[in-house]
Design a protein around this ligand. Sequence first.
Ligand SMILES: [Zn+2]
Length: 272
Amino acid sequence: MRIPVLTYHSNNVGGNGYADNDHVALAADLRAIDRAGRRVVPLARVVDALLGEAPESDLEGAIALSFDDGSWFDWHDLDHPTCGRQRAFAGILRDFSAETGARVHATSFVIVSPEARTILDRTCLVGRGWWGDDWWPAAEREGLIAIESHSWDHNHHTLPETVQRDQRTGTFQSIDSWADADAEIRQANDWLDAHSRAPRAGLFAYPYGENNDYLKREYLPHHAGEHRLRAAFGTEPRPVEAQSDRWDLPRFVCGHHWHSPEEFERVLKSIR
Ligand SMILES: [Zn+2]
């Protein structure tokens, strides 16, 4: 088992080139994956195989896709104020399927708190109401994008207040007590379960790709009855392998671990 999980941020629109626009990169990378004879599988299937709940043989040549933060750029085509019309990640997946006949799927790790997203829409985007959750049920119905947790409020430094007890924000390493983990992780899962009709796979992606020993060794393994997660993803640039830690699974991040089609080819080659 050697399966790369790729991560894209639909909010990353700094221009209209591969290096500064994750929409451009995703569209190009899907075609490179197809040319390499690889196929995209749902991220939950990778976790099923890792946990021994599905045969590994189903994942020959597989790659999984994940998106982080869960804004409208995942789902709605939008007119970016300086870069023009942006095809949503969902549309890029559908275009690729229509062109190649290949099945495709992604998991969107969303910031769950509606109040946090309302503020982040102003502090990180342009304040046009582009961080709503209206599209999550439609995404689940179509079976194109699964919705999973990227925490309650990302412990984001631009929020006036987060659930972290002493406001050490801008990092997830400070989520190191039961109360903080319960507020960031269990609370987020409760909200998603209450607002979702689809059975969820219990996946989590650490904000900033950061974790700590309390989360990995204590809270996630020993409070499963509370948070109901099955696996958590960080951002170490390696494929998922049989011996990977289920509470710190690796992912390759676009714009961080590769910046060009040539570098993406090298990522694909490195995992063969
Ligand atoms: Zn994030």
